[in-house]
Design a protein around this ligand. Structure first.
Ligand code: PEP
Length: 245
């Protein structure tokens, strides 16, 4: 019997970008999606301040919502933090954890990322767990070892294809316009696949744009994209989504 393949996911990470003026992009995207025969899931991860407003403007469109981070606790004295439960309550179905910017800016270790993913699962959210090597690690031939270590350390035991998505994001490709070759992407995704459920989605992230989305999607074991900069403009994001449609 043929193996089912995972339904691709294209998720846009707005990072710390966007005030209420950005809602027009979400509204535009919702309109553009009406004419697209979607074969993938589409998700927007706006800043926490905009989640509710984006939810309102995309109502009825096939757009899921995700948070960009969560605390590992469900509630408590953690000023400025947001819990997975709060994201769920705001209308999210997923949360990104372990993005390299969080790992770098906030010193998040694999253990912290794992605890955040566990909190996401406990709240009924999909954890989008980010992993990826630095340029130094790639140049010194450590990529697959780093990826394997991050997978073991960041992904909770017992994670399933239903509650977890892996995002492979080479740190040096994020926001730089640089991308690995399709052979390099294929090598890493294959190594991740060997360590995960066959139906768990493995996204590629790092300077995905309309011009390279189709070739990246064609790589074996690439089940979608995590998109930063190009998700801020509906016209760019729809170009990526169409590569997966
Ligand atoms: C990201 O931050 O997850 C990302 C992939 O960014 P960009 O697409 O801008 O490289």
């Amino acid at each position: 019997m043929a193996q089912k393949s995972p339904r691709p996911l294209v998720a846009g990470n707005w990072k710390m970008n966007g005030t209420t003026a950005a809602l027009k992009e979400a509204r535009l995207l919702a309109g553009m999606l009406k004419d697209v025969r979607l074969k993938c899931e589409v998700m927007l991860c706006p800043p926490a301040t905009l989640i509710s407003a984006v939810r309102t403007v995309v109502k009825g469109a096939r757009i899921r919502l995700g948070g960009q981070d969560c605390h590992w606790n469900a509630n408590g004295a953690h000023t400025g933090d947001i819990s997975a439960e709060m994201l769920k309550d705001a209308g999210c179905s997923a949360v990104i954890v372990g993005h390299s910017e969080r790992r770098t800016d906030h010193g998040e270790t694999d253990e912290i990322v794992r605890r955040k993913a566990e909190a996401a699962h406990a709240a009924g959210l999909i954890a989008i767990v980010c992993i990826g090597e630095t340029l130094e690690q790639r140049k010194s031939g450590q990529t697959l070892a780093v990826i394997s270590r991050q997978l073991k350390g960041s992904v909770p035991a017992g994670s399933t294809a239903a509650n977890t998505v892996i995002a492979y994001e080479p740190v040096w490709a994020i926001g730089t316009g640089l991308t690995p070759t399709t052979a390099e992407v294929g090598e890493v995704h294959q190594s991740i696949r060997r360590e995960t459920d066959p139906l768990m989605r493995i996204l590629y992230g790092g300077s995905v744009k309309p011009a390279n989305a189709a070739e990246l999607m064609a790589v074996a074991n690439v089940n979608g994209a995590l998109v930063g900069g190009a998700s801020l403009k509906a016209a760019d994001f729809i170009g990526i989504i169409k590569a997966y449609a």
